[in-house]
Design a protein around this ligand. Structure first.
Ligand code: DGI
Ligand code: FE
Ligand code: FE
Ligand code: FE
Length: 187
């Protein structure tokens, strides 16, 4: 899909703040895609649509998980984990994106997964380090992203797990699988 058209579609789904974040993810994804040899058009499309479902009502997302055969585990780990898999479903159904690589990069952008594709890593990491993100430790991950995609993703997952544990939030199993899988690849 043409970039301007894609942005026009997604803008309607997002707040101004989240749209600016999306443009940051796009910019960072393209830089990472070039550095690590990932298809730039797939990275662009996945980045633009990655948070498509972010502002859907929680009950609508939960209904989609129940009625469309998504993993029922998603219902028990807090609402933040819903927008990525539900987003992948809606981007196919409502926008007509059919590229499986793009859809899986959207699906796994919040948690990662055990054996991540390079495109999934690029979107996962870009979401974490795009220029508008400001939180303790992000600069270290940005620096690592210049040199090592797996190590940078591992840092992001570890930070996320630590953050969630400090807040006494449940950790979705795929987040742990991402941690284990990235460690495995590095060793
Ligand atoms: O949608 P964004 O804010 O751009 O970023 P994201 O899709 O990575 O979502 C970040 C949120 O997701 C943040 O509040 C932490 C939460 N999250 C990430 N992994 C897990 C998680 N929440 C739970 N409960 N369990 C997880 O494994
Ligand atoms: Fe997200
Ligand atoms: Fe993220
Ligand atoms: Fe995001």
């Amino acid at each position: 899909m043409e970039r301007t058209k894609a942005l026009e579609i997604v803008k309607k789904q997002l707040t101004e703040h989240r749209f600016i974040h999306t443009l940051g993810v796009e910019e960072t994804s393209l830089a990472l895609a070039e550095k690590y040899g990932v298809d730039p058009k797939k990275a662009e499309t996945a980045a633009i649509f990655h948070d498509y479902a972010k502002f859907r009502p929680k009950e609508e997302m939960r209904d989609i998980v129940r009625s469309e055969g998504l993993s029922q585990e998603l219902l028990y780990y807090g609402n933040e984990v819903l927008h990525a898999p539900v987003g992948a479903f809606l981007v196919e159904k409502e926008v007509g994106i059919t590229d499986r690589d793009v859809l899986s990069a959207i699906y796994y952008h919040t948690t990662g997964q055990g054996a991540m594709t390079e495109l999934e890593k690029v979107i996962f990491l870009a979401d974490y380090i795009e220029p508008n993100r400001q939180f303790p430790g992000v600069e270290n991950v940005r620096e690592m992203a210049e040199n090592d995609l797996d190590q940078a993703c591992l840092m992001a997952v570890k930070n996320t797990i630590t953050f969630l544990m400090k807040q006494n939030q449940k950790i979705y199993p795929l987040t742990f699988e991402a941690y284990n899988g990235l460690l495995q690849e590095i060793k």
